[in-house]
Ligand binder design. Structure first.
Ligand SMILES: Cc1cc2nc3c(=O)[nH]c(=O)nc-3n(C[C@H](O)[C@H](O)[C@H](O)COP(=O)(O)OP(=O)(O)OC[C@H]3O[C@@H](n4cnc5c(N)ncnc54)[C@H](O)[C@@H]3O)c2cc1C
Length: 470
């Protein structure tokens, strides 16, 4: 039986360590949320002995309320279960790999259209019981305040609200500026939904390649109308524990607008060095769009991190920004408390910390976002730790799968070189487009094609039969 006990001191003596290929067959997982539970159960199912350290019930983050494991802190929805949707396809891939979190979600399902919504009590209780009963898992109740020394492998899954002491230790191990405490996400639009009769490609004063950005010009009247709408738009109230302590470098666009009617025109919307080819002049203001992915299938609105509600973002950006009238938003802006490492810089391709390779990271702390993505990252973290234990190289899932897409994001491979790393849900533009494989696919057939490619690649990688796919 698993046990809850104190004293997670990581002393090696007297633990009866089983050896595999000369490596210790015991792993510490810190944090029993979505990622930690997924990882612990996956490792334990392979015969690895797991010490799972969880601070609850001794201490809870401001967002965690129950004493159970794998707590869903907010919505009870794991979002769309339709494989035509990126997260729905991720569900499918996790099911095919035997994910314990997906199994618990399926067993706790409540009716919610094509979303996978769950009874959170049944869901959490099922995973808590599986962990408590697993003979290979020892559940230890303790707040871990320091990063353990090697050589035993450790998987850190402490999530977006990692406690202060451990966060400080992570900052020391990664370098201070490699750990963020808030995310600040600007909306992303599909490239094909931008009006190119209005947008012009140009870098300020022709720097870089001269046309690295797309620019959406506004005249004075359009700009002032936009600022009025921005100020009046409905905003999401911050949680009590995330009183706004914004970094000056990534203030919400509406907070900048509150500082004065022309502040944005001197800030992220400044037009200097950008000549609109239709007028031959600098406009009054511009919205700049920067490539989000190497293939150029999507663009983010530079400097437009925002707390506007999602319906308000769509309404205001479509109606007030020339060129975005028909914009398809692949992601909307948001800002919230979120502890995450600058993964492309500090993590190796197998999710281990470059500076201290016995430490692995998984879940939201790596910069993935959402319940399902965090569980998926926990699964990948477990596979990577398993590979290390066996003395093998981690065989990453192929790029076209949604699991591969998450790793492409975390390693930075899905993004341009100047990308400022920010968390993301799984979205289609994280996988290489069909053109990267030499195919030209019509817009209406694109998703089906991507789904088929993902299924094929997953089957080959996981040595599963394709018929078991759907
Ligand atoms: C307020 C809020 C609302 C959210 N709403 C949603 C939503 O509606 N939908 C969605 O998909 N995602 C939502 N998220 C994101 C969601 O929380 C994560 O995607 C997911 O829970 C992350 O999984 P994780 O395992 O990485 O972290 P968590 O699920 O947070 O698990 C981390 C675990 O580690 C434990 N822990 C932390 N520090 C220590 C320590 N030092 N020692 C021991 N244990 C520790 C915690 O107690 C916790 O059990 C929300 C996040 C927040 C903060």
């Amino acid at each position: 039986m698993g046990t809850i006990e104190g004293a997670c001191n990581f002393a090696r003596a007297g633990r009866g360590v089983v050896e595999t290929s000369g490596m210790p067959n015991e792993v510490t997982v810190i944090g029993a949320g979505l990622a930690g539970c997924e990882a612990a159960l996956r490792l334990a199912s392979e015969g690895v002995r797991v010490r799972l350290c969880e601070q609850k019930p001794i201490k809870r983050s401001p967002a965690h309320h129950s004493d159970g494991l794998a707590e869903l802190v907010c919505s009870n929805s794991l979002r769309s279960d339709n494989p035509d949707n990126a997260v729905g396809l991720l569900h499918e891939e996790l099911r095919r790999l035997g994910s314990p979190v997906l199994a618990a979600a399926d067993a706790a399902r409540v009716p919610a259209g094509d979303a996978l919504a769950v009874d959170r009590v049944i869901f959490g209780a099922a995973l808590t019981a599986r962990i408590a009963q697993h003979p290979n898992i020892q559940l230890v109740a303790e707040e871990v305040r320091a990063l353990p020394d090697g050589p035993d492998l450790v998987l850190v899954c402490t999530g977006p609200l990692t406690g202060e002491a451990l966060a400080a230790a992570i900052a020391t191990a990664t370098g201070k500026d490699a750990l963020a405490f808030y995310d600040a996400l600007a909306p992303i639009v599909a490239a094909e939904s931008i009006d190119y009769a209005i947008a012009f490609a140009q870098s300020r004063y022709g720097k870089g390649d001269g046309d690295d950005y797309l620019n959406l010009p506004l005249n004075r009247e359009e700009y002032e109308h936009f600022v009025r709408e921005l100020l009046a738009g409905e905003k999401v109230a911050p949680h009590v524990f995330e009183e706004p302590r914004y970094f000056e470098g990534c203030l919400p666009v509406e907070v900048m607008a509150e500082r004065g009617p022309q502040t944005l025109a001197y800030g992220p919307m400044k037009p200097v060095g950008l000549t609109d080819p239709r007028t031959g002049r600098w406009p009054h203001a511009v919205v700049q769009l920067r490539r989000e992915d190497r293939a150029g299938t999507s663009f983010n609105l530079v400097g437009f991190q925002t707390r506007l509600t999602w319906p308000e973002q769509k309404r205001i950006f479509r109606s007030c920004i020339p060129g975005l009238a028909n914009a398809e938003f692949l992601r909307l802006g948001q800002i919230h408390r979120n502890t995450f490492v600058d993964a492309p810089r500090v993590l190796a391709r197998d999710l281990s910390l470059r500076a201290r390779p016995h430490l692995f990271f998984a879940g939201q702390i790596t910069g993935v976002e959402g319940y399902v993505e965090s569980a998926a990252c926990g699964h990948l973290g477990a596979l990577s730790v398993l590979a290390r234990l066996r003395g093998e190289e981690f065989a990453r899932p192929p790029d076209g799968t949604m699991l591969g897409a998450l790793l492409r994001h975390v390693s930075g491979e899905a993004h341009p070189e100047d990308y400022r790393y920010q968390p993301t849900n799984v979205i289609w533009n994280l996988v290489p487009p069909p053109e990267a494989d030499g195919f030209k696919v019509r817009k209406e057939d694109r998703k089906r094609w991507l789904v088929q490619r993902a299924r094929k690649q997953l089957a080959a990688w996981a040595k599963l039969s394709e018929s078991a796919a759907a």
